[in-house]
Design a protein around this ligand. Structure first.
Ligand code: NDP
Length: 266
């Protein structure tokens, strides 16, 4: 377990509420396994206090940075000294790191964490068609990350079509070719199907697509991590479709975030 010493550096996870956060414990396990002298703690930061607390955190010389969760992912953009280009594309920041020059730079690992989670479970992405349902913060991050990871095509389907179109335009502009398009929630054979909506958080939520359209050869991946097996994953599993829980996206992100902090501060 993590040994706290006088020399131990601090990383915080800021959000409100924060008591439910599992990330600090998992990040500490990784720091500990690596022998990194960094400890991660949850900090409850109400929205109206963000600016004041942020300014205070920056003044602490032994703070290496912080992870950002709800409700600060968008508002934090304005408070960073600089932003990784991906943060601007996705419009949300989820990690802020103290750089070697002391400035605080914002990064985005949602999409990369999702891809890392798939890779850790040997789920194919390269040259594969993907269908993303949803067009919020998680969907945009995943769309960029799948394009980066070599997906053949990305279809985005959302209740509000205009939001799907915005992501499609942004991805195609960024990659300089037509990789993404707006479509319907009707998976093609062997497609990687991703629920990136918030449907599934509650037991009585509607399913994001008709499960009778699912066939073996497809993969259904979730962003929802709690419950670990959503109704969509149960329905897909019952149809002999490969399933992938949202928990892997969190694990993927946490690993990347720990690596990112250790890159400078270990
Ligand atoms: P947003 O609020 O940005 O987007 C929500 C999306 O869900 C939108 O596309 C919205 O459609 C859609 N949606 C919501 N309700 C309905 C409904 N009743 N019917 C159809 N579509 C609906 O949220 P985020 O993208 O930030 O997060 C989405 C989910 O991803 C959350 O549950 C979050 O917990 C999870 N998440 C998981 C992570 C992980 O590491 N596992 C990381 C980040 C997020 P519309 O645009 O039409 O409103």
């Amino acid at each position: 377990c993590l040994e706290i010493k006088g020399s131990t550096r601090l990383m915080a996870i800021i959000g409100d509420p924060i008591a439910q956060a599992k990330t600090p414990a998992t990040i500490n396990e990784i720091f500990s396994a690596r022998g990194a002298d960094i400890a991660c703690v949850p900090l409850q930061v109400p929205a109206q206090e963000l600016e004041t607390i942020w300014a205070g955190l920056k003044r602490m010389p032994n703070l290496v940075g912080f992870g950002i969760t709800l409700p600060h992912k968008q508002t934090a953009l304005q408070l960073c000294d600089s932003l990784d280009p991906l943060v601007e594309r996705v419009g949300a920041v989820n990690v802020v790191r103290r750089e070697r020059d002391g400035s605080f730079r914002g990064y985005q690992f949602d999409g990369k964490g999702f891809v890392r989670g798939l890779q850790a479970n040997n789920i194919e992405i390269l040259h594969r068609d993907a269908l993303i349902i949803g067009a919020g913060g998680a969907a945009v991050a995943i769309a960029f990350a799948l394009a980066e990871a070599g997906a053949k095509s990305i279809t985005i389907s959302n209740r509000t079509t205009a939001k799907a179109q915005l992501i499609v335009d942004a991805v195609n502009a960024d990659f300089g070719r037509t990789i993404a398009r707006v479509g319907s929630p009707q998976p093609e054979p062997n497609e990687l199907v991703i629920n990136a909506t918030s449907l599934g958080l509650n037991d009585d939520d509607a399913l994001p697509l008709d499960p009778d359209l699912l066939r073996p050869g497809m993969t259904v991946a979730e962003v929802i991590a709690q419950p670990e097996t959503t109704r969509l994953l149960s329905a897909a599993g019952a149809r002999r479709v490969e399933v992938h829980s949202g928990i892997h996206m969190i694990r993927g992100q946490v690993g990347l975030i720990a690596d990112h902090m250790c890159e400078i501060w270990d």
